[in-house]
Write a protein that binds this ligand. Sequence first.
Ligand code: SF4
Length: 235
Amino acid sequence: MSTSTPITAAGAHPGGAHPFADTPAEPPRDCPRCPRLAAFREEWRAKEPAWHNAPVPSLLPPDGPDGVRLLVVGLAPGLRGANRTGRPFTGDYAGDLLYATLTRYGFANGRFAARPDDGLALIGAAITNSVRCVPPENKPVGAEINACRPFLTETIDRLPNLRAIVTLGKIAHDSTIRTLGGRVAAHPFRHAGATDLAGLRIFSSYHCSRYNTNTGRLTTEMFEAVFAEAAAFLR
Ligand code: SF4
């Protein structure tokens, strides 16, 4: 595990000089910051008007931000997953593995049925994405990741009892490190890696996408091991 001297959230924004003071934790439905993604959103609003087709808000536990000790940071909504249903990791394969794993390690309960109204509830955990709008072919460009980072920053800042983050994939990992004021070179992505930054422990995993599991890059056991570590850390 690589470590660095922990700094506080205040250390990431010294003296309260918050660089995104006017940014809410949730983007507006018609957020204009990424022209390519806004155009893609509009295209799908026309094709599928019943879908969510908007920035996907973070999913919190029923007791709200104060109850969150673990934050899961994904890449971006899937076109027919969260972009369709409006709940992170809901409606495509990645959610099947993520919610089953969260439930197994005590971070969720209820029956996951891939619908926002399935009754599943997070326990002490929240889920967000580093890019809130669906990107074509699941590939956001650097400018879009940077444009959406203020929302990730605000999401983290509104969790006063946060102790750990699980990042899913290199893009989510790198954006989280930058959000916390760290240098990616000092905290490189590595599956099953862990690093300390801004008073938080960051655990990293390959993304739980169907592609990664179909190719064997990520197995259920590998994924569960990351959450087992996070659960042990929070105990
Ligand atoms: S990805 Fe983020 S910054 Fe870009 S348009 Fe969507 S909500 Fe706005």
